[in-house]
Design a protein around this ligand. Sequence first.
Ligand code: PMV
Length: 334
Amino acid sequence: EPTGEGRTVAVAHPNIALVKYWGKRDERLVLPFTDSLSLTLDVFPTTTSVRLAPAAGSDTVVMDGAPARGEQLRRVTAFLDLVRERAGRRERAVVDTRNTVPVGAGLASSASGFAALALAAAAVYGLPTEPRALSRLARRGSGSAARSVFGGFVVWHAGPVDALDPDAASYAEPLGDAYIDAALVAVVLEAGPKAVSSREAMRRTVATSPRFPEWVAASRADLTRMRAALRAGDLETVGGIAERNAIGMHAAMEAASPPVRYLTDASATALGTVHELRREGVGAWATMDAGPNVKVLCAAADAERVAARMATVPGARVVVARRGPGATLRTEGG
Ligand code: PMV
C-alpha cells in the first residue's frame, strides 16, 4: 500500500546460494539451466522506495544517495518498463534505493536490490504482490533476486525446458522442511567493484567452458541430495555439497575463454582456513560467488568461533549472518 506522498517502501535481504545458479538458458526471460538453493540472510538489507512521477518524461533512480547512471540505470529502467508493460501503465517513477553492502562486491546486492524493487514497483503499479508472482517478476531483474522474495532456505525452480509458459514455471519457494539452524560467516576480502559482471561471466561460461555441462549435471544431483540432507538436519552433508558445488562453478568459469577469475590469493587463504577448521573438528564449509569474498556455512552455535578464526585471514572483515526474512513492504509516515 502506498505510504507518505504516494511512496511505497520495500525491504529485502541478500541470499547466498548453497547450490548455485550459474548460466541462463534464456537471457531475456532469465531462465536458468539448473535449480538452485539458497539461504536468505538477516544482514545487509536493501531498502527501496518507489513513487510515481506522472509529469516526468523519464525515470529517476537514486542509489545510495547518488543518481544512478549507465548500466545500473539502464537495468532499473528496463525492469520498470517490464512492470509498466504488464500493468498497462505509462507513468515514470522515482526510485530511491539504499544498500548496506557495497554494490558489485560479490555479496549479492542485486538479489536484495531487485527483490525490493520488484515488491515496491508491483505495489505502486498495481501488479499482484503474492509471493510466487513476485518471485517470477524479481527473477527478470536478476536471477538470484527470485530467491530473496522468501526467507530462510529457498529453492528456485528452473522450470521444465518444454514448459508451455516457461516464465510461469520458473519461480522460487521456501523450503518448509529444512531443519537446520545455520549461520553464514561472510569473510569480506575486497569491497571494490568486480572486474566482470555475473551476466557476462555466465554468458562466457555457457558459450565456451568445456566444464559447464559437467557442473550442470553435478548440480542436479547436488540439489536432490541437499534437499534430503536439509530435511534430515544433516549439516555436514549440506556443507560438503555446498563447498563442492561452488568449487565446481568456479572451475567451470576458469575453464572459459577468456577465463573468468573471481577468486584471489586472499580467497585461497580463507579457503585454507576453512579446511583447517574442519581438520580441527569444527563443521565449517566455504562458498564463493561472483567475487573474492568467502562465505562460511556453519551451525549457528559455532558462528562466533568460526568468525573469530576467519578474522585471522589478513585483510578480512567478518560479518556473522543468520537466517533472514523474505521481502516486505514497510509502512512509514502514514
Ligand atoms: O543474480 P545474478 O545474475 O547476479 O547471479 C548471481 C549468481 C551467483 O551469485 C554467483 C550464484 C547464485 O546462485 O546466487
